[in-house]
Design a protein around this ligand. Structure first.
Ligand SMILES: Cc1ncc(COP(=O)(O)O)c(C=O)c1O
Length: 346
């Protein structure tokens, strides 16, 4: 359900349907969106675009924009969680996301024109303006905005857009999913750095996810060039062996995931389980006691079969279940020990 905040609105902002004048066409509020975050038609939401807040439906780019022609853009995917009992929306690890965004932009030779702290403030303001009282997905993108032909990173203008939309589950977190180790390899640091969320690099993720899904699996597991497990299509990977958590090291062409860090913190502090960061062989996946994927979109997603092999008992394992329950309590503001992860919006 979309409801409005009373935040001050700029002159160019769309009118709330309740204050529509005779000339203005009332903009329908949206009840809910698909989990994929597709935006159905005209919706009364604002975004931050070209250093100001504007209606999302008016934020447009030209067809010759460099970021569109060549994928020369970088982005973040951030969640904010609604807590119904507290009547509060919590931005999750906003500063960590914007620090990673800064690093991605640096790799792409993009000057964001804002500090990470300023970007947090802008995002809080955006969420207040949009007034969504449900789970939200926030997508900042910094892109090469020059409209010209010529593939390169230097001597180009750039622009920043941040939008926020209602968002539910991205992949199933309840029953456990199946995965396939796909034939596509993870883009390597010697070609397109995986630690930067580069828009063009997500074609690699798309190849992986589509191969897995067209083959009847829920999700892809992608190997590095040298054949070690890297990650899912948009999630980091953990296995449990002999009571220990193991996850690929940051030098195994992974995105340095923010959920990954949070999961390690929860496992260590709440369950007394340390995580070993090292390369994982493909066949180790098959003999693992538990496997899980984690990320902002996927949250914590148990994997119960890989390449037709049941993982452990073929059901969600105890470590995965505990980490998942604790994580959901933490992100919804139910665990005071993790309030440092959260930015209250209202
Ligand atoms: C390729 C890839 N790996 C891992 C992740 C998980 O990262 P995070 O936990 O920061 O969302 C993502 C994120 O969305 C991703 O796109």
């Amino acid at each position: 359900m979309l409801t409005r905040q009373t935040a001050e609105r700029p002159a160019h902002a769309p009118l709330d349907p309740s204050d529509a004048t005779e000339e203005a066409t009332p903009v329908p509020a949206v009840a809910s969106l698909e989990a994929t975050g597709r935006l159905p038609g005209a919706v009364d939401l604002e975004c931050y675009f070209g250093r100001e807040f504007v209606p999302l439906v008016d934020a447009k780019i030209g067809v010759m924009t460099h970021g569109f022609l060549y994928g020369t853009a970088t982005f973040e995917g951030i969640r904010a969680y609604w807590n119904q009992e507290q009547g509060q929306l919590y931005g999750l690890k906003l500063l960590e996301h914007f620090r990673r965004f800064q690093n991605s932009a640096k790799i792409m030779l993009i000057d964001l024109g804002h500090t990470a702290e300023e970007l947090v403030e802008i995002t809080v303001e955006l969420l207040r303006r949009n007034g969504l009282r449900e789970d939200v997905y926030i997508r900042p993108t910094a892109y090469k905005s020059s409209e010209l032909i010529g593939v390169r990173l230097h001597n180009l203008d750039s622009n920043l857009v941040i939008f926020s939309i209602p968002f539910g589950e991205y992949i199933d977190t309840t029953g456990g999913i199946s995965a396939q180790t796909v034939s596509w390899r993870r883009n390597s640091d010697v070609s397109i750095p995986a630690r930067s969320k580069i828009v063009g690099a997500y074609v690699n993720s798309a190849f992986a996810k589509t191969e897995a899904q067209l083959n009847g699996y829920d999700e892809a597991i992608v190997l590095t060039l040298d054949g070690h497990a890297s990650e899912g299509s948009a999630e980091n990977l953990f296995i449990v062996r002999d009571g220990k958590l193991i996850t690929p090291a940051v030098t195994d062409d992974i995105l340095e995931g923010i959920t990954r860090t949070g999961l390690m913190e929860i496992a260590r502090n709440e369950l007394g389980i340390e995580t070993v960061e090292r390369s994982i062989d493909r066949s180790e996946l098959y003999v693992a006691d538990e496997v899980l994927l984690c990320g902002t979109g996927a949250q914590i997603s148990p994997v119960i079969s890989i390449d037709h092999r049941a993982i452990g008992t073929g059901r969600i394992g105890p470590v995965t279940q505990s980490v998942k329950d604790l994580y959901f309590d933490a992100v919804r503001g139910r665990l005071p020990a993790y309030s440092h992860w959260l930015t209250p919006i209202f």
